[in-house]
Write a protein that binds this ligand. Sequence first.
Ligand code: PMP
Ligand code: GLU
Length: 438
Amino acid sequence: MKAASKTKVLKNPKTVIKINEKTALARKHCLDLCVYKIRYMAHLSKRVNAISESQTIAMARKSRELKAQGVDVISLSLGEPDFPTPTIIKETAKKAIEDNFSYYTHVSGYLELRQAICEKFKRDNGLTYMPDEIVVSTGAKQSIANAVLCLIDEGDEVIVPAPFWVSYLEILKLAGGVPVTIEASIEHDFKITAAQLEAAITPKTRLIMMSTPCNPTGSVYAKHELKALAEVVAKYPELYILSDEIYEHINFVGGHESFAQFDFIKDRVITINGVSKGFAMTGWRGGILAAPKWIAQACDKMQGQFTSATSSITQKAMHKAMELDFDTYIKPMRNAFLKRRDLVLELMKKITGFKTNVPDGAFYVYPEVSYYFGKTYGSYTINNATDLSLYLLEEAHVALVPGAAFGNDNYIRFSYATSEENLTKALSRMKTALDQLV
Ligand code: PMP
Ligand code: GLU
């Protein structure tokens, strides 16, 4: 070591200074990292250390980082519509700013907005809600967290059909709830049956959490399938359903069916909805919860201590969204998603190792990929879907989310909420990379 630096001093003393500076910087960086890690693990609450980062958000971050380095990554990881928010909604929001609608509102959202939401539920879903049964939040994610934090105590069991949306389990953990997952198989279009549900119920079960249309599988429960589940719930008076219906408008098989339509359990249903998906408003942060008054008021109290109401401008934009005509404003986006779904399913036929259902809603496909397990290419060995996602990110520059985030690491999820051109390119790159694996 000494001899080497001596030689460099003789040749060019400035280089040595630079090297020393670099070494010192590297050491400092190392030290900072150690302090960061120690503090992170030892000084942060057990609560935050017990949960994982959202895998959908983590993958989106990784692909943004690669893009910033100049890599041409196609990101199919994050589920968000690529369409602009409808102009009429944007104009309404601009006017709200001009009109100085810029003050705190009622925590649950201003009254006329909640009235408009009640009208939407009546018109679209045949559901009767009163404004004091509605809580507007900063996104369906917050609505779910509000409900879970209000209903679940330490040790309470919550039934979550798998595949499930990535944040359910982590939100449950924050509340101290115990997730009980039920496996819905690909052969059964990833839907659980009444018998499966009943078998999972114990005296400790308090809640069932599920989405229809489903993220990540795109499965849509038909009315008779929901009714069969509702009849099971009806037998257990202390059991509630959190029905996540955020993809209501992205449904390719006809009308949306809500759990709350069954009067015999409506007083035990928490309906979650919002504007992120159907109205291409992910960044506006507008969520909706509809539930019996005592639950809604508890959520209002909870939210009042965390965030208060969502942005007043977002509320005005949501108000306009609630009034929009489906055929004029939403159907064109839904139709574009349907066309993309069909394109993706067609292109996937050329990929030997993908086994999938036909997703009837949302904008995801969720293929089973275990065909590739045990295969290798160069230094890559694929043991699970996480390995495969990493391989596809590095080798095909396509970002996906491994199924581990949704309860099963034999699957990968990709979102087709991007242009047909991007989808065609992504599927072609994936095929090339996958064909290399032997
Ligand atoms: N539920 C499901 C099933 C989702 O996919 C998402 C995705 N964002 C959410 C809830 C949360 O939506 P929001 O953007 O309104 O918080
Ligand atoms: N819900 C979307 C998804 O599943 C957005 C990401 C998130 O909110 O976690 O990809």
